[in-house]
Write a protein that binds this ligand. Structure first.
Ligand code: SF4
Length: 468
């Protein structure tokens, strides 16, 4: 996911799967992918089956660019999967777009993946170089290999047989001619929800907002380690690897998920407002106005303003029509680059002591430009408040932050960060404050990028743990 200010971690994909009898399922998946576009904008794909023949179409670009009436019309069948991709492993090429596809004997399989495996190198070594260049391709090859060994195996049996080989984060949708298998890794790093359409239709999606868009009623969050199988006969649930405590990515609440989605029973927008309220309690500031960094900072800024009693105002306007820019601005314009995405409103900022609220700062370079920008529009003081703790550690579970040295907070104290960003004061929400703003005291989260506490073993070859 590209952020409005271009420096947030990228999300690793959205997945969707559905079976609805006597429905041209490609159209339904297409709309579901619209609701998951924020999770990946590099490529999109759909695979469907009419019970005998699996067909797939994928291409680079946004969902609205990839599919049209013709491509959707060619995707015949009532069962299928869809995917939006942001590449965190492998390059951004058509070959790496998903669903990944394999022909095995008389069957075909297709797979969509959200997350990152942490044992990709081992898997690649075992499966050989022809098995693929991304973790998603390797998983597809591993499932195909199982089916090759025993053609009578169901897809669900083949998936269950290879799951113990996968380490790290994976929420998968896999299909063959007659079934869709959806599974979350035993820690449940990435979300997945099950919904129902009428009496005989079933949908799984990365976020509940996608269920809403296709008119599916929410059934339940697929649990960590749970495998859901959708077929003509209905829906089945099992736990092929047993159950483990959830380690849902805490950043889904902070930044990744849509505000209109619910995660583990809590609305994301409401959680972000609570984070802002808590931040105002933990780190008040004497100021005239609370300004959000749009759009991701808006709910936390509202919470901050409501809790502190300081007026909330929109002091930055986001250009909604900027997607990816393919050309570098000329030198003359480069310093103005941030204005392509955000422009300050002088009437709101001039002469004011502002509290600028954002949900996170990962690399920091654009935040520094943003502070300069609001000062250039007359802000007298800038008090930066961040509604999550410092992002100090790389993520190996599906975000594009694996280079620790690129993280602003990795090796700096808060005073050094404030100096780098040239703000009058800086405060982050504490980890306790963040987790107490979230749904359920019994729910446990992954917060490794904020704490350095990784829920799974990370190979020594990736990085060496050290305190900042
Ligand atoms: S390391 Fe951070 S971004 Fe990655 S899964 Fe854990 S909480 Fe989410």
């Amino acid at each position: 996911m590209s952020s409005p200010v271009g420096e947030k971690p990228g999300e690793a994909c959205g997945v969707f799967g559905a079976y609805v009898a006597e429905t041209h399922i490609a159209n339904l998946i297409y709309f579901g992918l619209f609701a998951l576009q924020h999770r990946g904008q590099e490529s999109a794909g759909i695979a469907v089956s009419d019970g005998h023949r699996l067909t797939a179409y994928k291409n680079m670009g946004l969902v609205s660019n990839v599919f049209d009436r013709n491509t959707l019309g060619g995707l015949q069948g009532s069962i299928g999967i869809g995917h939006t991709r942001y590449s965190t492993t492998g390059s951004s090429t058509w070959e790496n777009a998903q669903p990944a596809f394999r022909a095995v004997g008389h069957r075909n399989i297709a797979l969509g993946h959200n997350g990152n495996l942490t044992n990709t190198a081992d898997l690649a070594m075992r499966l050989g170089s022809a098995a693929g260049t991304t973790d998603s391709e390797l998983m597809t090859s591993a499932i195909a290999e199982q089916i090759q060994k025993d053609e009578n195996m169901s897809l669900a049996e083949a998936v269950a047989a290879v799951l113990p080989e996968f380490e790290g984060a994976y929420t998968l949708v896999v299909m063959d001619d007659t079934s869709v298998v959806a599974v979350r890794d035993p820690h449940g790093f990435r979300p997945l929800s099950l919904g129902r359409i009428g009496d005989e239709g079933w949908v799984v999606a990365s976020e509940t907002a996608a269920l809403d868009l296709v008119g599916a009623a929410f059934e339940h969050d697929v649990l960590p380690g749970e495998m859901i199988v959708l077929t003509e006969a209905g829906v089945e649930s099992s736990f092929p690897q047993g159950r483990q405590p959830s380690r849902l990515c805490v950043f889904e609440y902070v930044y990744f998920a849509r505000p209109d989605s619910n995660l583990a029973g809590q609305n994301v927008q409401a959680a972000r407002v609570l984070m802002g309220r808590r931040l105002a309690q933990e780190a008040p500031a004497d100021a005239d106005v609370v300004i959000p960094v749009p759009e991701s900072g808006i709910p936390a800024a509202q919470g901050f303003a409501w809790e502190s009693g300081i007026p909330y105002e929109d002091g930055l306007v986001k250009n909604r029509y900027v997607g990816r820019t393919f050309i570098e601005p000329e030198q003359m314009l480069r310093d103005q680059g941030i204005r392509l995405k955000l422009n300050p409103i002088r009437d709101v900022l001039d002469g004011q002591r502002i509290i600028l609220v954002d949900d996170s700062v990962v690399r920091g370079t654009t935040t520094r430009q943003l502070v300069e920008l609001v000062r250039s529009a007359g802000a007298r003081e800038v008090h930066l408040r961040i509604s999550s703790p410092p992002y100090r550690w790389p993520c190996f579970y599906g975000m594009d932050t694996s280079d620790r040295d690129a993280l602003l907070a990795a090796h700096r104290t808060e005073a050094e960060i404030a100096e780098f960003l040239a703000v009058d004061s800086l405060a982050y929400l504490t980890l306790e404050g963040l987790e107490e703003s979230l749904p359920d005291a019994n729910q446990t989260f992954c917060n490794a990028c904020l704490s350095g506490d990784y829920p799974t073993a990370i190979g020594d070859d990736k990085f060496v743990l050290e305190q900042p």
